[in-house]
Design a protein around this ligand. Structure first.
Ligand SMILES: Cc1cc2nc3c(=O)[nH]c(=O)nc-3n(C[C@H](O)[C@H](O)[C@H](O)COP(=O)(O)OP(=O)(O)OC[C@H]3O[C@@H](n4cnc5c(N)ncnc54)[C@H](O)[C@@H]3O)c2cc1C
Length: 397
């Protein structure tokens, strides 16, 4: 397999890096989520360059792809630089609309996404439906001209800044749980929809806000149904296969590891240099090898994605990447000793980011299907081990 980048790909990468030098200002940095006006403007500048729709057909507002891996290169460079990323809007919602929605819906919604006309929330999780997402209870009842939605969601990122919800709800309560779910596009500003903040653990000042979202007989027009009724679970699973490598790249982990390694290469604690300590050296060397494996797994998933949905490779990439992110956060804290958990003072290593990364590592372990779900996929699809019902699932099935 040839892992070298072509001259065109290198040129595109350079163009993004040049853009980031001028546009990635301090008020844009700091979160991968597009949840402030400054971050929204930043993404709109990329939209104006035609980068968001790169690779999608022109009739849907896209631009002809100069290269198949353009979206991956863009995501990698944004992630490497610590910029807001576009994978949720383009990689998950845009791709699903492109693959399963009606012609009218593609023509209406894809251009809105590629022009960055508004922010989206992915509105799936409920108190009893996280990993086991098929157990969701929020109902959409067919009322003839419209559906009526009642229920609640939680942990919804960006709901306090979104224009639309990419909403999964139960449309058939009598069907087996995976067969009665549908996806809708719902306006955030709709009568009967309300939110309340649900903050998750994070460093002071950078707490990651998620939200509870409540639906009290919210009307949603029928033309907002995505694809076919009751097929939502399958659309979500397909999108998750892409999310497991399209939303985040491994680049941010490489950046974090380089930060840690560079810090300990030069650190000098009153004459004691961690770089001379064999235990520190071994721990860093072990992590360096694990980072290299992560880079290769991601490339494998990307190559396989050129042929079809890379379910197994994406699961391996997800499980490895999130576990390594977690290990790296622990290593950073461990090596920094009592100073590791500090922020907001001169002695805090890495401007106090270690504690923040440690707390956020847990999010990566459960996001996009989670590490345990990914391991189950690998067990079934790669190794052919029986599924939960005891039935063997052969590789590739
Ligand atoms: C910061 C943050 C942001 C989020 N943003 C969003 C968002 O924007 N939209 C949205 O819809 N959701 C969002 N979520 C929710 C997220 O998708 C869920 O937390 C995730 O699906 C896990 O569900 P849960 O929290 O109910 O945990 P559970 O499903 O109860 O899982 C708890 C633990 O058990 C493990 N586990 C569960 N079932 C199995 C099994 N069958 N086999 C092996 N292990 C298992 C899990 O891997 C996990 O480690 C967010 C969560 C966080 C923390």
């Amino acid at each position: 397999m040839d892992f070298d980048w072509s001259p065109e790909e290198q040129a595109f990468r350079q163009e993004i890096q040049d853009f980031l030098k001028t546009e990635l200002t301090d008020d844009v940095k700091g979160s991968i989520f597009i949840d402030t006006p400054e971050r929204m403007d930043f993404v709109t500048k990329m939209a104006d360059k035609g980068w968001l729709g790169m690779g999608f057909p022109e009739e849907y507002g896209g631009t002809p792809a100069p290269m198949p891996l353009a979206q991956f290169i863009l995501t990698t460079e944004l992630d490497r630089a610590g910029a807001p990323i576009i994978g949720k809007n383009v990689g998950t919602i845009g791709s699903t609309i492109f693959h399963v929605a009606s012609e009218e819906m593609k023509r209406e919604w894809l251009p809105k996404i590629f022009r960055n006309e508004g922010q989206w929330s992915i509105t799936y999780s409920e108190p009893n439906a996280g990993t086991d997402i098929g157990s969701m209870q929020t109902r959409a009842v067919d009322k003839g001209d419209y559906f009526e939605v009642t229920g609640m969601k939680h942990y919804i990122t960006s709901a306090h800044f979104c224009k639309w919800h990419w909403l999964a709800v139960r449309t058939d309560p009598d069907a087996p749980k995976h067969k009665g779910i549908s996806i809708f596009i719902m306006d955030h500003e709709t009568e009967g929809l309300s939110i309340s903040p649900m903050n998750t653990l994070g460093r002071e000042g950078t707490t990651h806000r998620t939200n509870q979202v409540f639906f009290d007989k919210v009307k949603i027009p029928k033309e907002r149904l995505v694809g076919e009724v009751n097929k939502g679970f399958y659309y979500m699973m397909q999108a998750l296969d892409y999310e497991r490598f399209a939303i985040l790249s491994f680049a941010s982990r490489v950046r974090r590891f380089n930060n840690i390694a560079n810090y300990y290469r030069d650190a000098d604690f009153g004459g004691e240099k961690p770089a001379n300590d064999p235990v520190t050296r071994h721990k860093l060397a072990r992590m360096a090898s694990r980072v290299e494996v992560g880079i290769m797994l991601e490339r494998l998933a990307i190559c396989k994605a050129q042929e079809g949905v890379p379910a197994t490779e994406a699961a391996m990439n997800k499980a490895w990447g999130a576990s390594i992110g977690d290990e790296m956060a622990q290593l950073g804290l461990e090596l920094a000793g009592p100073f590791g958990g500090l922020w907001g003072c001169e002695r805090a290593p890495f401007q106090g980011k270690l504690a923040d990364e440690y707390l956020m590592a847990g999010h990566a372990r459960v996001a996009a299907g989670g590490v345990d779900t990914s391991k189950s996929i690998i067990a079934r699809r790669l190794l052919g081990l029986p599924n939960a019902l005891g039935k063997p699932e052969l590789p590739g099935k």
